[in-house]
Design a protein around this ligand. Structure first.
Ligand SMILES: NC(=O)c1ccc[n+]([C@@H]2O[C@H](COP(=O)([O-])OP(=O)(O)OC[C@H]3O[C@@H](n4cnc5c(N)ncnc54)[C@H](O)[C@@H]3O)[C@@H](O)[C@H]2O)c1
Ligand SMILES: O=P(O)(O)OC[C@H](O)CO
Length: 339
């Protein structure tokens, strides 16, 4: 995709880092970042840093920034969405008239809307009426700070229309960032949403002092329940073996850079929801998406015991110390056929 104007809505960790990827991939283009706060837009535009999220990292000079959403969206050929999932509908509703009708919309978000159980691309379709050929998900093992440091990373660009996926992949290929294409939008989104909840569960176990056997067990069985849900709602099992499934799950569950894993660790150390929330300055999507994921699973007859156990810790109905018992006191079953 030969693009001149790319816009990223959301100047947090991933929005800013992905703007850098786009700017490095398209040195002739202008990448405009929309920031909610004036001072963040001002800092990015004048000092080429976003110190609140990325320290003293210098951003490429073809990134500009504004807190005026209409100005940010003017003439955009590609609009990248990078705000917390539960805020997307409200934000999009405000931006709808300013988003160019022919723009490709790329979602970086990894959450499920509470109350509706909709994936982020479904929210985009409801609010903007975007057609499938213009709707893309980017998801994978993409811890923002590592990519900001230009450490080699791969990702998945998913769109039901191959040509669009190819074009977006082209537009975000940088020396340190390699996208693979996939037509499975549902699978890519579910992989990103559920791995946050599994990372919360792994963090809880780590926070209680458990070791690597426990971690490997929760990761592996977490992938099994993620796959069950993805397949039940139309995603592909193969996607769960790839970067947007296993890849993201492993990165998130293994990294202290992950906000979800970190939040889980704090719960595991016995902190309450209020105490964890007060310590988190960035979004940990799994905390809010967990109940919505369980509702979606229930509607589709899918068993998700790890997400269910994490949910009970999150809502305070079970003390974290009792979580392992919830997972182990279940009927024995076969590992075959992803049961
Ligand atoms: N950080 C990562 O490594 C990473 C990687 C891949 C995907 N993601 C996903 O990308 C999305 C954005 O994550 P992030 O890391 O940029 O989050 P963040 O918490 O670092 O930043 C969120 C941004 O959204 C803005 N925002 C806009 N409207 C808001 C509102 N109403 N309430 C709160 N904030 C609002 C914030 O000001 C901030 O700039 C999430 O869904 C996340 O799961 C993050
Ligand atoms: O920091 P987290 O937990 O939101 O995870 C970041 C990315 O999604 C990892 O791919």
């Amino acid at each position: 995709m030969r693009v001149k104007n790319l816009t990223v809505m959301g100047s947090g960790s991933w929005g800013t880092t992905f703007a850098k990827v786009l700017a490095d991939a398209n040195p002739e283009a202008t990448v405009t970042l929309w920031a909610r706060r004036d001072e963040v837009a001002e800092e990015i535009a004048t000092k080429h840093t976003n110190s609140g999220y990325l320290g003293d990292l210098t951003l490429p000079f073809n990134i500009t920034a504004t807190s005026d959403a209409v100005a940010a969206l003017n003439g955009a050929e590609m609009v990248v969405l990078a705000v917390p999932a539960q805020t997307l509908r409200e934000q999009l509703t405000q931006w709808a008239d300013a988003i160019p009708a022919d723009a490709v919309i790329v979602s970086l978000m990894k959450g499920l809307e509470r109350g509706t159980g909709l994936r982020m691309t479904q929210v985009v379709q409801e609010v903007l009426g975007t057609s499938d050929d213009k709707l893309v998900v980017l998801s994978g093992p993409n811890l923002a700070r590592e990519i900001a440091r230009e450490e080699p990373t791969a990702s998945v660009v998913a769109c039901s229309v191959t040509e669009t996926a190819d074009a977006v992949a082209q537009a975000c290929t940088a020396a340190y960032f390699r996208p693979y294409t996939n037509r499975d939008v549902i699978g890519a989104e579910i992989g990103g949403i559920v791995k946050n909840i599994i990372a919360l569960a792994v963090g809880m176990c780590d926070g209680m002092g458990m070791g690597d056997n426990t971690k490997a067990t929760v990761i592996t069985r977490g992938l099994a329940e993620t796959t069950r849900l993805a397949v039940a709602i139309g995603g592909k099992a193969e996607t769960m073996s790839g970067l947007a499934g296993m890849g993201d799950l492993v990165a998130t569950c293994a990294s202290s850079l992950s906000r979800n894993y970190t939040a889980g660790r704090l719960f595991g150390q016995g902190l309450s929801m209020d105490q964890v929330t007060s310590k988190m300055t960035q979004v940990a999507e799994g905390v809010k998406s967990c109940s919505a994921v369980l509702e979606l699973a229930h509607e589709n007859g899918v068993d998700m015991p790890i997400a269910a156990a994490a949910s009970k810790v999150l809502d305070g109905s079970v003390p974290v110390i009792k979580m392992p018992k919830l997972l182990l006191d279940r009927d024995l079953k076969s590992e075959e056929r992803n049961q």
